[in-house]
Each structure stands twice: as C-alpha cells, then as structure tokens.
Design a protein around this ligand. Structure first.
Ligand SMILES: [Zn+2]
Length: 438
C-alpha cells in the first residue's frame, strides 16, 4: 500500500501529552510524511511544498486513532446468534458449537467485517486473541490497520493439547515477525482453561521473545470460585505464586477482584483491559475500575467480541464505561471525560507496549489519526468542551476520516480500502452456515 505526504489543516487538535494532561490546539495543522507525523503547527502555517494531498479539517477534531485492547474480531460473524443467555449456556450451547465450524476463510472474512466496522468508527489498533490467527493477520495486512495478535491457547491440563497450542503460538509469532503493522503476542486463554505448565511456558516464551501476554482473568464469579476450589487461592494470587505476572501482561475483564488482588495488579504493573458492555450483556458484573484508578493501575478499554457486545464502536463503549462506574459508585466524578479520553488513546498504546509509536499526536510518532466531524447535531453546540462531546455525545458514525500508518483508509466517510459490499454479502452467507439450533 502506498504512503505519501499529507497536510491536514484548519482543525482542532486534541491529544494526550506526556505530562498526563490533554492538549487542545485550535487552528492546528499537521504534516504526515509517509507513515509518521513530521510537523505540528498551532498557527496553520505549514508549507504545502512537496505535499501530495491536503485535507481540510475545518469543523473537525483531529485526534489519535482509537485503540481497542481486548477483542476477538472474527466473532463478528456470530453477532446476534446468541443473545440474552447466561454465560455457561452462551458458551456451551452456542458459541463453542459455532466456533467448531470455523475455518481459515470464515475467520478471514469475520476479521475483515470487523476491520470495516473499526475503520468507520475510528479504531485502527486492536488486541486480539482467537483461532486461525494467521488469517486474522492476513486480513489486518489487507485492511491497513494495526494489531497485536495471539493464538488463544486452551489445554485443560492435556499435555498433547498444550504442545499443539504452544506450536501454534510460536508459528504465529514467526508469521507476524517483521510485518510492519503486526505484533505477535501470547494468549493463554485464562487461568481456568489453561494448565499451570502452559502458563509457565507462555511466560518463558514471552521473556525469550519480548512479546506481550494477553489473558482473560476473573471475568465471572464462577471463575473465581473454580480457582478457589482447585488452587485454594484467587486468580491473581495464583498467577503471582507461579511467577506468571509481569508488566507485559494485559488482563481482560478483571471484574471480580479482591483488594489483595488489586495490590498484586499494581505491584506487577499489570495492564487491565476494561470491557463494560460485554460484562453487562453477559451479566458478569462490574469491574472495580474506580479502585484500580485510585491505585494508579493502567486501564484501557476493549469491546470484547461482537457476540457479547454486540459491536466494536469504541465511542459507545467509552460512554458506557464511564457511566457504569459513575452509577456503580454513585459518584459522578469517577472516570471523567478527560480520563476516559486517555483510556481509548494513550492508555491503550501503553497497555500494548506501543506508546513510543501510537496513542498520541506527536512529532515522530506513527500517523494513526482520525478526524471527527463536529458539524453534526449530536456534537452541537460548538462549545469549548469538545472532550465532553467526544465521550458523552459522540458515536462511531461521527468519524469522518481514518488514517493508519500514514495511509488514508477512509475520507469524508468513504472507505478507501476493502470492498464493503462484497464483504458484507460474504459475511451474510457465512453467518447462515454457523447457526446452531438447540
Ligand atoms: Zn474475550
């Protein structure tokens, strides 16, 4: 895919900065040279010399692209096939039987469908754990976005399975190596679906290759009870005891946490991915994000898969994320708009170890940028509280332009990559094949 020099001018730039604050620049212009941000001006005075394309950002917000730190993109094809169910029945009666029918092609098209949805709603980086991950990698290459990918390893204590899962994970790491927008991660599924041996082997491989570890922890109360019954301790105590934890661990959900576990999370600098819609829809519970924030744990945001959300709109997700904490604590100050803005940008980048490259708009960083059209009824009046508009009033359809790695993937709400019509038609035909009836 070709890259070029792009000048974005006349916009209002909003970005997190290193001090932890958020900076707003009016009349901002910005120069992208190939894949990187080369110049930022607050006086709209960047020379047009050598520029291939000028994008007028008048009445638009220029902000970093959004980062989704926990999802399973190929699950888009299971959307709407299993709703209003308890987690056990959801998994055993519907999701697992449908997943048994997955293959390379299905997974590839499921990923592409999600990639279109993400590009249109402003997300250009996602952290994914699933199966047939080389096909998810291929879809990511084709769509032009960025991903950290892990093969979801499950062994239930079976040695043969363990060896096979490790083999697949190593193959994926090799496949992603050297590919510009891809990072391979390790994905031991959860402390209850994975043996101690597999957790330890994952830790060893992560250390050897310097890759992240993506795991589900304490999503449901049942999971905590199961660990207590088998290990006589809670999940994070168990993970700490066996030496699995480290700052490279990104733990999804973390709904059921004791105060001791919160201390363990802080002590090991674990990155927590908060997934409120999925936790609400499967009635798993409410993650104690307010307590984690008090301890200065790094929180980012994930949608989880589209079978339990049921979409990938991170604007919708961040609004729910904030409101849920407010009603849970009866404190409207919890997870305010500024903090929420960081969850979907710089915190996501830090969680994935990519904050040198993405998560904010700074010279030298990758040009992962979106424009939000503020000339929209739900973002009017045009006050000074644009961050409030983004978090509480915005939605994915306010995204006007999406750029990843210096490449314009959508402009004026028109996709520049992928054939949307073909992919939607293909997804509809696959969806019919996956249905299960009980
Ligand atoms: Zn998940």
């Amino acid at each position: 895919m070709e890259t070029k020099n792009i000048l974005i001018e006349n916009g209002t730039l909003i970005t997190p900065i290193e001090t932890g604050f958020i900076k707003t620049i009016k009349n901002a212009s910005l120069l992208i040279e190939n894949d990187k941000i080369a110049e930022i001006s607050n006086t709209n005075k960047i020379s047009k010399n050598g520029v291939d394309e000028v994008i007028d950002a008048n009445e638009k917000i220029i902000m970093p692209s959004i980062i989704n730190t926990h999802t399973h993109v190929s699950m888009s094809l299971l959307r709407g096939l299993a709703d209003d169910l308890e987690l056990n029945s959801w998994l055993n009666d519907y999701i697992w039987p449908m997943e048994a029918k997955l293959d390379n092609e299905i997974t590839y098209y499921g990923a592409l469908l999600s990639h279109i949805e993400m590009i249109k709603s402003g997300t250009t980086t996602f952290n994914d754990m699933y199966f047939f991950m080389e096909d998810v990698a291929n879809a990511t290459i084709d769509s032009g976005i960025r991903a950290c990918l892990s093969h979801g390893m499950i062994d239930f204590g079976d040695e043969e399975k363990r060896k096979n899962e490790i083999k697949k994970s190593l193959e994926l790491l090799k496949y992603c190596k050297g590919k510009d927008r891809l990072r391979g991660f390790l994905g031991p599924h959860s402390p209850i679906t994975v043996s101690e041996e597999l957790l330890l082997e994952s830790r060893k491989i992560a250390n050897k290759y310097g890759v992240g570890l993506h795991i589900h922890v304490n999503e449901t109360k049942k999971e905590v009870d199961d660990i207590l019954n088998t290990k006589n301790m809670r999940s994070f105590q168990y993970l700490e005891n066996i030496g699995f934890l480290g700052e490279d661990v990104i733990a999804a959900h973390c709904v059921w946490l004791s105060d001791e576990e919160i201390d363990i999370i802080k002590a090991h600098d674990i990155k927590v991915s908060y997934n409120p819609s999925s936790n609400m829809k499967l009635s798993s519970g409410i993650a104690p994000i307010h307590k984690l924030l008090d301890k200065k744990v790094l929180i980012s945001l994930g949608t989880d898969g589209s079978a339990s959300n049921n979409n990938l709109d991170m604007f919708e997700e961040i609004k729910i994320a904030s409101l849920l904490q407010k009603v849970h604590t009866l404190n409207p100050k919890v997870l305010n708009a500024n903090e929420s803005f960081k969850l979907i940008t710089i915190n996501g980048a830090k969680a994935l170890g990519l904050d040198n490259e993405i998560g904010s708009i700074e010279i030298g960083k990758k040009a992962d940028i979106i424009l939000i059209d503020t000339f929209s009824p739900n973002l009017t009046p045009n006050t000074n509280s644009l961050i409030s508009h983004l978090i509480y009033s915005g939605n994915g359809s306010n995204v006007d332009t999406t750029i990843c790695n210096g490449e314009v993937l959508m402009e004026n709400k028109q996709l520049k990559v992928l054939n949307e019509k073909d992919i939607i038609e293909k997804a509809n035909s696959i969806n019919q094949k996956l249905k299960v009836t009980i």
